[in-house]
Ligand binder design. Sequence first.
Ligand code: HEM
Ligand SMILES: *[C@@H]1O[C@H](CO)[C@@H](O)[C@H](O)[C@H]1NC(C)=O
Length: 599
Amino acid sequence: MSHAPHAAFDAAGQESLYPASNASTYLNSPTLDASYLAGFLTLQSPTVTVGLCVVIALVLGRIFGRRKLPQGVKPLPRLPGLPWAGRFWDVPEQGVDAAFHFGALHKKYGPIYEWKVMGTTHIWLETDKVARDLFVLRQKKYCDRNILPAAMGVKEDCEILPLSGYSDEFKKHKNFIHTLMKDSTPKTFYGWPLVENKRTLRRLLESPERWSEHMITHCARTIGSIAWANPEHGNKLLIVVPDLLKAVSPAGPIINKLTFLRHLPAAISPFKKFEAKRKQLMQDAFYEALQDVKDRVEAGNCEDCWSQLYLAEEKRVPEARKMDWHEAAYAIGSSSFVAIATIGGPLHSFFLAAAHYPEWLPKVQEEIDRVCGDRLPTVEDMPHLPKIRATVKEVLRWRQSTPLGVPHEAMEDDVYEGYFIPKGAMLHANHYLISREADKFPRANEFVPERWIDPSYPSYKEPLTEFPNIRGDMAFGYGSRACPGVELTNMELCTLFGALAWAFNFTSKIPKEDLPWYEVNPYVITMSKPFPMDIQPRSEAKRRFIENECGDAGYVLKTKREGKWDIVHEAGEKEPWTWDGLSVPYEKPAVKRVYPEGA
Ligand code: HEM
Ligand SMILES: *[C@@H]1O[C@H](CO)[C@@H](O)[C@H](O)[C@H]1NC(C)=O
């Protein structure tokens, strides 16, 4: 077993990577250390950028003219732009705005069209049918991922599963994750989500104004327990996620827009320096967590978790499927950090739905009271709780965590309905738009959980003991790259939504017209922005239950740094913790925002 020594941790480095000033908005807290960027800031100036791009475009446009297509094959409808540089001024900054923007162009350009920028062909899939035709029916051709300029080497290294290129190595990793999921699903993920549900109720009772923090730390603690039998390892994920998420988002470092900057040599590239640090920190996190499980297993006191399963099975796995220490550490770690922002999305949207649609929650509470009485819901109750499942299903539809999914890259040239799709094109399924297809989802922009349990809606399906459920839901993507985390998401969301509705009333503290509607963070995984909510236990008995039965509240934030993975929140109670800009509270804009039609 290759077992690299843990690199010495550089506390100062951590400070510069994660400045404590997380109350500042994401817009003026660039991911990269400003000093690295000195020479590149001019590139942020629109005039310089435009000038530079026009020159590059003209040169490259001469070198790579438009290629000849085979007979009878036509180019896709394309947004107009310069040769090579394409329509670079039209790169939408924010994840959800890109979904709105390209969703609106669908009317003019049809269900599939292309958009070039910086030499890359981006293809937009705007209906469920087109996405399925390509990503599912022709999945072998569309299962690669693209190179991410800021997240260097991530495609090739095959360490971070969701972003890895397609290869034998990738298949081995994905099988490994499927096996861990398959083994732990029937065991309800070793009961960890239910343990954390109770702690989360306790935190909400003690400090309801911090509900957004409690949702995020809930996700981190739960996956920390499932992966490494210790919720505190979730801290490591909370530390490594924001930088990676920014690195893979167009709203992140400038190199994601001016992609040719990736060719700068390491010695002078601020991006490469930053990436090296980011990677080291991530490796420390994954290695240390796995080592901790190994130590506890050897001491004979480790509870069930994925890492323990890996260590126990390791010797019996046939050679071809064997994962060494490094591979397993990354496969477990990188399938865990995706469980925080993704599940955090619907958890935040639950509060948004409760504020905008106050008539729904009492209906859910009636169902829970009838089925569960004076105890919290469990997985066994779910067949009898269709309204809870409808809430989960509808929240996922109404506010997609990944409004543009995760791009798939074409592995070979292809022709679809007479249109040419070149090898290397990046294809984006517009999950936001697809979740609003008019024939399937009347009143699509509204939160209507009834659509899943009332036969008069087209999305209704029987039997209600089984439907609605989120298996195969488009929110989890398509084909061979689809999300392996559906069962875990299902268990976490159903039981936590159930526990929340069982325990509390949620009432908005601000008038409806001042509430956020579709305000989310700017990255590729989005979360609704938090706002003030009144959270009251539904009865004295419920308050006592939480005080007596829900034990340690499991707070994560510390006021001062003791351990190297501590998350320090200096501002204490006054300023909310925003997870490095991923959950900045909503502020009412001076001018009321106009949303695109259908949003
Ligand atoms: C609300 C919750 C979640 C949503 C909406 C979601 C969504 C997605 C989407 C859209 C993809 C890309 C699919 C594609 O390429 O077509 C994906 C991939 C992935 N998800 Fe999730 N996910 C969620 C939760 C989770 C959880 C809880 C885990 C693990 C514990 C997880 C692990 C992964 C992994 C490992 C991949 C990469 C698969 C691959 O590239 O082959 N996800 N997810
Ligand atoms: C909770 O909300 C319901 C209506 O939805 C109301 O009848 C009840 O009095 C509320 N309970 C508390 C303790 O606020």
